[in-house]
Each structure stands twice: as structure tokens, then as C-alpha cells.
Design a protein around this ligand. Sequence first.
Ligand SMILES: Cc1cc2nc3c(=O)[nH]c(=O)nc-3n(C[C@H](O)[C@H](O)[C@H](O)COP(=O)(O)O)c2cc1C
Length: 366
Amino acid sequence: MVFTQKITFGDGKRMRVVFGIIVFSIMVHTMSDNLLARLLDPKEKPVCAAPLAGWTDAPYRPILKMHGTRHVWIPFVSSHSVASRKSVNRDTYVREVIAEHGHVQIFGADPEINAIAAKILEDSGAESIDFNCGCSVRKVHKGGGGSALLKDINMLTENLRAIKESVCIPVSLKTRIGFYSDGDESGIEACRRASDLGYGWVTLHGRTARQKFEGIADLDSIRRLVDELPIPVIGNGDISSPEDALKMFEQTGCAGVMVGRAIMGDPWFIGDTEKFILDGSPRPKRTRNEVVKTILIHQKNLLDHYGDDRRGVWEFRRHVGRYLRGFAQAAVLRNMIVRAEDPLDVTRMLVEFGEGRPPSAISTEA
Ligand SMILES: Cc1cc2nc3c(=O)[nH]c(=O)nc-3n(C[C@H](O)[C@H](O)[C@H](O)COP(=O)(O)O)c2cc1C
């Protein structure tokens, strides 16, 4: 306010606009980037949606938010593609960041490229930059990124440093306990180094990379990390009920928890879990009608985003199976939806299902 008055003289018109943008962007950040503040406040117990490539995409993120999820990541992107001016992936990703100002996640093994990508995403309005050192899928490992970096802690540290030095927004690390299964704690060491470098928080999935999703997440490793680090730790792994989330908080002392597979087809999970942790409320049972209403919004988002040809329809089929789990006659409806070609037929089947009509009636009226 004070400095705008001065700047209206002379060449002031242009400068006032520039300052306006800076002030606006600071306001947007302080209003929306409250995850770090929540992690630092022991009274808050934030429950976050994990980045899930192929699931927490642009059509699903608003559905999660609509049902009470406050912190959701735009799933990982290759730093190479963000840093490359010709990449279609980069354009799509950057567009989403500009639209959402969300938390983003990059992977890659080249410090310089990671630094460039982080800066581009910061300039596009990202709230924070997460560095993925936990993923083992082929496309991530191919270039030495994700959990493959755990095999070279010095290279990993160079990447952590380059990313941190390239941006002003909070940076974080998401990793696993280690790479190999036999007591390897390279992930824990990576978290120590991130903390020393000034990272805002770390997220630890309580498994090694070799374990993939086998066995049970090791809460003891998370607790030891919480005890050791001065920065907040987010605990991740195997949270499939609000009680599991509470157990993660109580047994590890973590500042926040992150939920992955349990939010697939269940956008209510995180809102319900935060409420349970706050006042012990049990999860309400969602009616067919309520679930169908949400599926229909999700269907519209998917078709708007991917188009109503093969991609949009195929993506929708994956999600709808998850939403319908546990309902009587869900398998019959799912099979009918998989065979339906026209999205309008699918909509009609769902509406009828929501109204409690038996699947046989749906198929004969098709
Ligand atoms: C389908 C799928 C996609 C995933 N995509 C990512 C990703 O983009 N970035 C990431 O750091 N982790 C990814 N993960 C790992 C999850 O974020 C999470 O760490 C893991 O699922 C453990 O949490 P959970 O037991 O609650 O599922 C993915 C996991 C799954 C199942």
C-alpha cells in the first residue's frame, strides 16, 4: 500500500502493475500454502493425499478437495520433460500448476535439470516442490531417478542441494527406508541430508524400494526418524482406515500422514479421517445415491479432460469399479458399464443404480 503511492509518478503505471502481481502472488501463497504451518503446529494433524500417478489426476483432484482433502499433490513429472521446451508433457503439467497452484513432484537424477525444472514450476505458481526418491517404476528408474538414487547417496545429495538452491518455495523429499531389503537405510540418510540442507519436511514410506508394496509398513523406522530430525516428518504406508491414521500418529509421533491407495475411488477418506482424529466421529456410510452423484461429477471431469473417446471412457471404467466396491450388485453394474460404449448409457445406468433399481432392470431398459 505505502509503496504504490510513490510508484504512480513518472513511469509509475507499469511498476504499479508489477508490484500488484508480486503482492497478489504473496497473498495467494500465504492463503493456500498452509501445509508447512500445519505440520509445524502440534495441534494440527494434517492428512494428505499421496501423489498417485494415473489416479490423482486433474479430474480427480477437485473431487478430493470437494470432499475435504486439503493437501493433494500433482503426481510426479520427469524433470527432463519440464526442462525441455518442446515437451507436450511439460505444457500439460505447467498448465495444471498454473491453474491449481498445487504441490508438485519431480523426479530425475541430473542436479542441473532438476534445478531448472524446480524453478520453472516455482515460476508457474507451485506451492512446494517435492523430490521423488521412492518410486521404482521402469520409466523413473531408467534415467537413474526415483528410488534408484538411493543407491548413490552423494548423487542424491547433489540433487537435493541443487533443487533447494534453485527455488524460494518449500522443498520436500519423499522416499522409502532404503533401496535393498537387508537393513539398508539409505532413505533415512537421505532424509537427514534433506533436513541439513533446509528442506521443509520429508515423507517416509515405511518400506524399502525392493519391497515395493509387500509386507507391512515399518512404523518403527518412521518413529526413529521423527525422534532424530528437527523438521516435520510425514508418515506413509498402509493407511486404510481412520484408525490406521491415528495409529500412525500415535506410534510414530509424525507431524502428518499421507494416504495413497485408500483414496482410490474413496474421495471421502481424508475428510472423514481428519474428523475422526479431531473428535472420534466414525465414518458415515455413504448411500448409493450420494456415491453416484460424486461418480457423475467425476465422469464429467474425466470426459471434459480426456475427451469422450477411448481415453476418457477407459479412465472412467477404472475409477468406477473402485467407487462401487462394497455395494450389493456392484459387480453386475460394473460389467455392464465396461461393455457400454456411449457415456450417456453409463450415466443412465448409474442414475438408476443410485435410485436403487436392480441391475436387471437397467440392462433390459438399455
Ligand atoms: C497407482 C500408484 C501411483 C503412485 N504414484 C506415485 C507418484 O506419482 N509419486 C510418488 O511419490 N509416489 C507414488 N506412489 C506411491 C504412493 O504415493 C504411496 O507412497 C504408496 O502408495 C504408499 O502409501 P499407501 O500404502 O497409503 O498406498 C504411487 C502408488 C500407486 C499405488
